[in-house]
Design a protein around this ligand. Structure first.
Ligand SMILES: [Zn+2]
Length: 202
């Protein structure tokens, strides 16, 4: 019971984590968080004491009992002092570069199968280019061959957009399966959750 999953929202009501019921109770008790309930699309927040009162009518199977009172396990809690999203670095991997570029050759703009694309150094290594987010792009084989070891202007080529490090963030790692509670859905459905990252991207 104390291991039940609780969705954690930051001060801006953005889903940032999942914690155990035990941890959620600590945060509530310490006044760092409030419990959140949803009823027909509107949300109510509860301090620990309010929550204790509210819990008295809750079914036993959704509650834990202490010696003196019973308290319902919240599905969602709201942190009162935390307004960050957990920052996660996007790893500089082949897969992530393909993902960033949408499997599109950054020179001719056409879309290809992964196997028909190469990674190309915009400024070639031999000309002082680095292996970094802003100098490595997806390129189809013909464009890659045409460009060879030349700079863009030497080859008369252009990038369809300037490469940069993506700002993807994986907010929380929720598997949409057994442990997902209905009342989480609202928070997980909204736009910021729909990050561009594919599920397979690490
Ligand atoms: Zn191309």
């Amino acid at each position: 019971m104390l291991n039940a999953n609780v969705l954690v929202l930051n001060r801006l009501w953005q889903a940032v984590n999942i914690c155990s019921a035990k941890r959620a109770f600590c945060l509530l008790y310490q006044g760092h968080a409030q419990a959140v309930t949803e009823n027909a699309g509107s949300f109510t927040t509860f301090t620990f004491d309010d929550w204790k009162d509210f819990s008295q009518d809750a079914p036993d199977e959704e509650s834990v009992r202490t010696i003196s009172f019973k308290v319902k396990i919240p599905h969602v809690i709201l942190l009162l002092f935390y307004d960050h999203l957990p920052a996660r670095e996007v790893k500089f991997t082949r897969k992530n570069i393909y993902e960033r570029d949408g499997n599109r050759c950054q020179y001719c703009g056409k879309k290809f199968d992964t196997r028909d694309l190469n990674l190309d150094h915009v400024v070639p290594l031999g000309r002082g280019g680095k292996t970094t987010w802003d100098n490595v792009v997806c390129s189809c084989l013909p464009c890659n061959t045409h460009k060879g070891g030349r700079l863009l202007r030497e080859a008369g080529m252009k990038l369809i957009r300037r490469p940069r490090k993506p700002r993807w963030q994986r907010f929380i790692l929720v598997r949409f399966s057994s442990h997902m509670h209905d009342s989480w859905k609202h928070f997980l459905d909204i736009a910021y959750w729909n990050v561009e990252l594919g599920e397979e991207i690490r």
